[in-house]
Design a protein around this ligand. Structure first.
Ligand SMILES: NC(=O)c1ccc[n+]([C@@H]2O[C@H](COP(=O)([O-])OP(=O)(O)OC[C@H]3O[C@@H](n4cnc5c(N)ncnc54)[C@H](OP(=O)(O)O)[C@@H]3O)[C@@H](O)[C@H]2O)c1
Length: 310
């Protein structure tokens, strides 16, 4: 496993992070047993993954707590989140954090995020809730403060563009993948300038992990004239990525595409399947996609900012 420094946090993190939410929720969303999920987390750590992402709303904090019990806490970077859909109060944040600490079996969270923040809630959260997070940081319960976007509805990163005007975010979780590359121009130049740690979500998600659905999604983009048909073979779509010097399959391409994008640090990978975990880890050990494939991908999807790949 390769490691990198997560921007201004200075934390040494694995370039692949275990995402414990998304469609799979480490198996909780796909019918796996608790024991299988625990084994999957331990397997990921054995392979060198030190970054684990969860949230109070995924229902996976407790499973992580059991899986990491007795391990060297300092060797792990734990990221969790406070949901922000209801108007949250400083008291609710404090209570949620205490619950997360208890479930995870730890005294501190490395990165505590405000989860899936909508643009319309941003100013309230920045003025009323961030000071509480900063207090909790002083108390040593949170090491760094993060924010995540609601990529399914905010596919053009409006909320994060607002958040980038403030200076208190150490880490941002950004939606980015081969289909929607809009963060390259709208988010990464500023995160690089401010040395903010960047976690990538939606690298694969649903469209890039289900071939028939991918056909449907790209078909809709062609219909809406968002991708130029002269750039893409309507029958083979993204199959040009798979060849001897290129990707092994679309999922391999998707993770390698994100991993080498300048400005990204940790690419989250969500699975409940131990075989998928192994094959995804292999993708992270492979080199960047060939330059000509990357240029072709950029050309095909350069005007797409209206889908998330969900
Ligand atoms: N706003 C937010 O804060 C937010 C929102 C979304 C996600 N996240 C975080 O980001 C993490 C990752 O994002 P994501 O959910 O978009 O996950 P992802 O890693 O992009 O994709 C996960 C999907 O791909 C499948 N998959 C993974 N590897 C595969 C393989 N080798 N072969 C076939 N299928 C494969 C998984 O199913 P299997 O279980 O079958 O492998 C799952 O359906 C989440 O877990 C969560 O921690 C945060």
């Amino acid at each position: 496993m390769d490691y990198t420094i997560l921007g201004r946090t200075g934390l040494k993190v694995s370039v692949m992070g275990l995402g414990c939410g998304g469609p799979s929720r480490i198996g909780k969303g796909t019918g796996r047993s608790k024991e299988e999920s625990i084994a999957l987390i331990r397997q990921a750590i054995d392979y060198g993954i030190n970054f684990i992402d969860t949230s109070e709303i995924y229902g996976t904090e407790k499973i992580i707590g059991i899986a990491i019990e007795g391990m060297d806490r300092e060797s792990l970077i734990i990221s969790t989140k406070k949901q922000t859909m209801d108007r949250i109060t400083p008291e609710k944040v404090q209570k949620s954090l205490e619950k997360s600490l208890k479930k995870l079996g730890t005294d501190y969270i490395d990165i505590y995020h405000l989860h899936a923040v909508r643009l319309k809630d941003y100013d309230y959260l920045a003025t009323k809730i961030v000071p509480t997070l900063q207090e909790l940081q002083k108390e040593g319960k949170i090491r760094y403060i993060g924010i995540t976007e609601q990529f399914i509805s905010d596919t053009g990163h409006k909320m994060l563009q607002r958040a980038l005007k403030d200076d208190f975010w150490d880490v941002m979780m950004v939606g980015f993948n081969m289909l929607n590359q809009s963060a390259r121009d709208r988010v990464f130049p500023k995160t690089i300038e401010k040395n903010i740690g960047v976690l990538i979500m939606f690298a694969v998600r649903l469209a890039l992990s289900r071939p028939n659905y991918l056909k449907q999604v790209i078909g809709q983009l062609i219909e809406k004239k968002l991708v130029n048909v002269s750039n893409i073979n309507e029958k083979n779509l993204l199959d040009f990525l798979i060849h001897k010097d290129g990707a092994e399959n679309i999922i391999d391409a998707a993770y390698r595409f994100c991993r080498y994008e300048p400005g990204t640090h940790v690419i989250l990978s969500g699975t409940g399947n131990a075989e998928h975990l192994k094959s995804n880890i292999k993708s992270f050990s492979r080199p960047p996609l060939p330059q000509e494939d990357l240029i072709r991908l950029k050309n095909i999807f350069k005007n797409v900012d209206s889908i998330s790949g969900h």
